[in-house]
Design a protein around this ligand. Structure first.
Ligand code: MSP
Length: 533
């Protein structure tokens, strides 16, 4: 039987010189969903890419004495480098300058024009001559000047093509209202409903003031508006309309377009209306996440307050950065980035809780039972285990720990279905906390002193090792590196069948496994020393 499919995308990024930790957040979150779905049996397609057209790029390239393509080429290789560093497991990287993309954008534009959904008219806007940019009234700054350079603007008209969005207003509103999952979280959904209800005008979809874009096929003086160009990437990358459209047939409609809240409107109104007009099915969900802010506001290059994810990875390790991003920010909300909060997460959650559980358990196994796991008293058979967990005879702390481990699996699954990554991590950490408490409750060091308690000691240490395996499997989609070290310490690196989601059944860790005490997986960080350095 073929696997169910799951198609997830990130936005395609503008080639600004450097991507910051806020951008990394979007992509790491998408990667976590992609890895989780792969682990739980889906055939996943994960798309990211770059949004390479527009006046800004044309201008910056000129300033640098480069062609726009030369300029974006270097930046795009920087993107790929960052995603590699962050272990982003994308399946395809689409560039809007690729022919496979340009052709689809032009074909759709032509089709919409032919069927009368695109028409030519006068566009009137506030024009900034030095920036050569049109602005709408509400884009202007508080003084009514250009939001980019602050200089006065003038009202100018230009000939443009318009897309009849208004014709589809009722249909898109009905779709959003009838399909609560289409826009998530609900706050974003409500914002979009009131936005549409306040009236949907037609959209200006071409420009003549710059050249760096995809030409209108029947009127090459015009280039196609960047959002129409950019949004199409989600289907052009799958080969929509191409000779080989097998990926499109297989993966479309997308399961999730993950985007920041600033671009939810483009994705939930312009994009679906374009698809409706083209006759293509709509994506199943637009998931709008919050922003990672700094005390000084939203990170942006112009404000000079960006935090570089590459530097952070070098300093703290990729898994730690991924963990921090995914745990700290509940997906729909904004959150504040601070290095102190990052170091606290590393020291408390990773070093104290998870790291300590692993190092104290492995060292006790080495010290008290010569490093080899022994057969526990707990039954492994599913039915017998259930009876055991229900019985009053088994030690209450064992019943508690094992049933929590089993429950954690289903709670992680439920959290991920709710698109709640931070919640999924929180339930795994509850298990880690429970296991640390179990160590205190069972005091293996005391059991080790009494040879009559050998059976109990073996069971306790086995339960700890098995809980570590459970927690490690469950955090694999979020932190893909550290599990390898745990598998080595548990000596099951060569048994991949024990690292998979399906293996989250109690008792699969074999007795006889030689456990090794390794280096601390997450060493503590001393912020003061670090600052001095
Ligand atoms: N090119 C468009 C997207 C086109 S998709 C068809 C774009 N690019 S972007 O580079 O400006 O932003 C890419 C993503 O990064 C967006 O989802 C945006 O919300 C996200 N973020 C940018 N700054 C961010 C934070 N400070 N915090 C969280 N996400 C941030 O928009």
């Amino acid at each position: 039987m073929s696997k169910p499919t799951f198609y997830i995308s990130t936005p395609i990024y503008y080639p600004s010189d450097k991507l910051h930790i806020g951008h990394a957040y979007t992509t790491v979150a998408a990667d976590a969903f992609a890895r989780y779905k792969r682990m739980t049996g889906y055939d996943v397609w994960f798309l990211t890419g770059s949004d390479e057209h527009g006046q800004k790029i044309e201008r910056t390239a000129k300033e640098k004495g480069q062609s726009p393509l030369e300029y974006v080429d270097q930046i795009v290789s920087g993107f790929k480098n960052l995603w590699e560093k962050l272990d982003v497991s994308y399946d395809d990287f689409i560039r809007t300058t690729q022919d496979r993309h340009k052709k689809v954008v032009q074909d759709i534009f032509q089709k919409l024009y032919d069927q009368g959904d695109i028409y030519k008219a006068q566009y009137e806007g506030h024009y900034c001559t030095p920036c050569e940019t049109f602005w709408t009234e509400y884009q202007l700054d508080a003084e009514g000047n250009c939001p980019d350079c602050g200089r006065p603007v003038e009202i100018l008209q230009e000939e443009s093509y318009f897309f009849k969005m208004s014709k589809y207003a009722d249909r898109i509103l009905k779709h959003i209202e009838d399909n609560p999952e289409f826009i998530q979280p609900n706050t974003r959904r409500n914002e979009m409903i009131s936005f549409i209800k306040s009236g949907l005008g037609d959209l200006c979809v071409s420009r003549t003031t710059f050249d760096w874009g995809i030409q209108v096929p029947f009127d090459p003086k015009h280039v196609i508006y960047v959002w129409v160009d950019a949004l199409t990437n989600y289907i052009s990358a799958l080969g929509y309309g191409a000779e080989d459209d097998s990926l499109f047939k297989k993966y479309w409609p997308a399961d999730i377009h993950l985007v920041g809240k600033d671009i939810v409107r483009f994705h939930t109104i312009i994009w679906p209306v374009m698809l409706m007009a083209t006759g293509v099915a709509l994506p199943k969900q637009i998931l709008g996440h919050g922003w990672l802010l700094l005390d000084s506001g939203k990170m942006s290059k112009s404000k000079g307050n960006v935090v570089d994810p590459l530097e952070l990875c070098d300093k703290y390790g990729v898994d730690a950065i991924r963990y921090y991003l995914l745990r700290e920010l509940p997906l729909g909300s904004d959150g504040y980035y601070s290095e102190e909060a990052l170091v606290n997460r590393i020291n408390i959650d990773l070093a104290n809780d998870l790291g300590n559980l692993i190092s104290r358990s492995t060292s006790m196994i080495v010290k008290f039972i010569k490093g080899v796991l022994e057969e526990p008293e707990t039954p492994k058979d599913k039915v017998l285990l259930e009876q055991y967990l229900d019985s009053q005879e088994a030690p209450v702390e064992d019943r508690d720990l094992i049933s929590l481990a089993l429950r954690t699996r289903s709670e992680v699954e439920e959290s991920m279905e709710r698109r709640d990554i931070s919640g999924a991590l929180a339930v795994v950490w509850r298990l880690v906390g429970r296991a640390n408490k179990y160590v205190e409750e069972t005091s293996p060091w005391a059991l080790a002193k009494n040879p009559e308690q050998r059976g109990r000691l073996s069971t306790v240490l086995y339960n700890l090792a098995e809980t570590i395996r459970f927690a490690t499997v469950m955090v694999t989609p979020f932190m893909p590196n550290f599990p390898g070290m745990v598998w080595q310490q548990l000596d099951i690196a060569g048994q991949p069948e024990l690292h998979v989601w399906e293996a989250l059944e109690w008792g699969k860790l074999p007795a006889g496994t030689p456990v090794a005490k390794g280096d601390a997986i997450f060493p503590r960080i001393d912020l003061k020393t670090l600052e001095k350095e």
